[in-house]
Design a protein around this ligand. Structure first.
Ligand code: FAD
Length: 385
C-alpha cells in the first residue's frame, strides 16, 4: 500500500530529507546513547529543529506550531524521517506529551510559563507515572500529595523514569484524595526536579539507557503547578498519553537499521545465502505492515479522533518485532554480532550488539499481554481474560 501525500507535503518531505542528509553524522550511530557526546549531538539536533520551526510543528501556531491545516501530517512525515535517519534528541516528554497536554488543559498562566521553554528545548520533562507496585496497573499508584494550604506535600517514589537523571521537571501523577476509588483522586503536577526532598537513583538498563527511581520525601509542590482538574488526573493522563501514540518513528528507525544490515551482508559476501535474503525480506514486509498501522493512528488523530486499540496494535508490532530483529542479526552475523561497540571487529560500529540487547526491551508502555488484552477487549469486543 502506498500513502499518497499531497504535493506540498511531498515537498516538505524532500526538504526534511535534504536537511537530515546534510546534518547527519556517523557518530549518531556509533556513540553510546548516554554518553555526553551523544547527548550533545541530541541538543544540537533539537536546536536545528527549533531553528527551522519543526520542533513543535504539531502545536498550535501561538505556541510555536505550524498552524496550517496539514500541520499534523507534516509532523508525521517529520517524525518518520527522524526515526529513519536516527536523529538524536536530548529528549524529554515535553514535545510530544506534556506540551500538547498543557495546550489542552493548562491554565493561560501555565501555558505562558511552560510552553515557550519547552518549545525552545530549555525545559526537559520526565514522566512520573510508574511505581514499584504500580506498572501495568497504574491505578494502583500510591505516591501521595497531601494538601497543605495552597501547596501539596508529596511522599513516595516513582520507578523506571526515563530522563529522570537530567530532566528539569517531572509530569507527576499523585494521589491527592485518600479513600477515593482507584481511578479517581489522582492529580497531575509539573514538579521542579530541583525541589528539596527529591532524590534520584540511577538504574542502568541492559540496553545502556539509563532509567531512574525518583524518591519524594516531604516535597513541597506549589498548588499552581497542578495541571487540569484536581482528582481527575487519571483521565487527563490517558488523554496526554494519546498525543504521542502513533510511534511512526519506530518502524522507520528499524527500516534504516535493516537496510544497513542488508548492506553489510552484501559487502561481506553473506547476501548469497537465500535464508538471509528471505529473513530480511520477511522483516521488511512486517515493518511495512507496522508502518501502515502507525499511519492509521495518524489519520485518526488528524481527524480529531482518539486512537485506542489501533495504537496498541502499533505498540504490539514493536514488541513482536524487537526479538525477531535480534534473531536476524544473530543469523546474519553469527558470533560476530556479540562484539561490543568500541571493539575493532564490531559490525556496524557496535549497533548490532546494542540492538540485540534492545530486543529485550518489551516492557515500556505496558507488557505484551496487557497490550494484547487492550486490543482484544476494545478492538475485538472480547471478554477480559
Ligand atoms: C526502558 C523503560 C523506560 C520506562 N520509562 C518510563 C517513564 O519514563 N515513566 C514511567 O512512568 N514509566 C516508565 N517505564 C515503566 C513502564 O511503563 C512499565 O515498565 C510498564 O508499565 C510495565 O510495568 P511493570 O514493569 O511494573 O511490569 P508489570 O506490570 O509487573 O508486568 C510484568 C509482566 O506481567 C504482565 N502483566 C501484568 N499485568 C497483567 C494482566 N493484568 N494481564 C496479563 N498480563 C499482565 C505484563 O504484560 C508483563 O509482561 C519504563 C519502562 C522501561 C522498561
Amino acid at each position: 500500500m502506498l500513502i499518497e501525500l499531497d504535493p506540498p507535503i511531498q515537498k516538505f518531505r524532500r526538504e526534511v530529507i535534504e536537511t537530515f542528509e546534510q546534518l547527519r553524522r556517523p557518530e549518531w550511530l556509533s556513540l553510546d546513547p548516554e554518553s555526553p557526546e551523544y547527548l550533545a549531538h541530541g541538543k544540537a539536533m533539537d536546536r536545528a529543529l527549533i531553528e527551522r520551526g519543526w520542533y513543535a510543528l504539531h502545536w498550535p501556531k501561538e505556541y510555536g506550531g505550524g498552524g496550517t491545516p496539514d500541520t499534523f501530517l507534516r509532523h508525521a512525515v517529520l517524525r518518520e524521517l527522524e526515526g529513519y535517519f536516527r536523529v538524536p534528541s536530548f529528549g524529554g516528554h515535553g514535545r510530544y506529551i506534556v506540551g500538547p497536554a498543557l495546550v489542552e488543559f493548562g491554565t493561560p498562566e501555565q501555558k505562558e510559563r511552560y510552553l515557550p521553554k519547552i518549545a525552545r528545548g530549555e525545559t526537559v520533562i520526565c514522566l512520573g507515572f510508574t511505581e514499584p507496585d504500580a506498572g501495568s496497573d497504574l491505578a494502583a499508584m500510591n505516591l501521595r500529595a497531601e494538601r497543605q494550604g495552597q501547596d501539596y506535600i508529596a511522599n513516595g517514589s516513582k520507578l523506571y523514569i526515563t530522563y529522570g537523571h537530567y530532566a528539569t521537571h517531572m509530569f507527576l501523577a499523585a494521589r491527592t484524595q485518600p479513600g477515593s476509588t482507584r481511578h479517581n483522586g489522582v492529580s497531575l503536577f509539573l514538579v521542579d526536579m530541583k525541589s528539596p526532598g527529591i532524590r534520584v537513583s540511577h538504574l542502568p538498563c541492559l540496553t545502556g539507557h539509563m532509567v531512574t527511581e525518583v524518591h519524594f520525601d516531604n516535597v513541597r509542590i506549589p498548588g499552581d503547578t497542578l495541571l487540569g482538574e484536581p482528582n481527575r488526573g487519571f483521565y487527563h493522563m490517558t488523554t496526554a498519553l494519546n498525543f504521542e501514540r502513533s510511534g511512526l518513528d519506530w518502524p522507520a528507525e528499524y527500516m534504516g537499521q535493516l537496510e544497513d544490515v542488508a548492506q553489510y551482508a552484501r559487502d561481506n559476501g553473506l547476501w548469497e545465502r537465500s535464508a538471509i535474503r528471505e529473513a530480511v525480506g520477511r522483516l521488511a514486509a512486517s515493518l511495512e505492515a507496522w508502518r501502515m498501522i502507525c499511519w492509521r493512528v495518524v489519520m485518526l488523530q488528524s481527524k480529531g479522533e482518539v486512537p485506542s486499540w489501533e495504537a496498541s496494535m502499533a505498540q504490539l508490532f514493536r514488541k513482536d518485532f524487537n526479538p525477531q530483529f535480534g534473531r536476524l542479526l544473530l543469523e546474519v552475523l553469527g558470533p560476530q554480532a556479540l562484539v561490543e561497540r568500541g571493539e575493532s571487529r564490531s559490525p556496524l560500529a557496535g549497533r548490532v550488539e546494542w540492538y540485540l540487547r534492545e530486543s529485550f526491551n518489551n516492557h515500556g508502555q505496558g507488557g505484551r499481554f496487557v497490550t494484547r488484552n487492550v486490543i482484544a477487549r476494545r478492538g475485538l469486543d472480547m471478554p477480559k481474560s
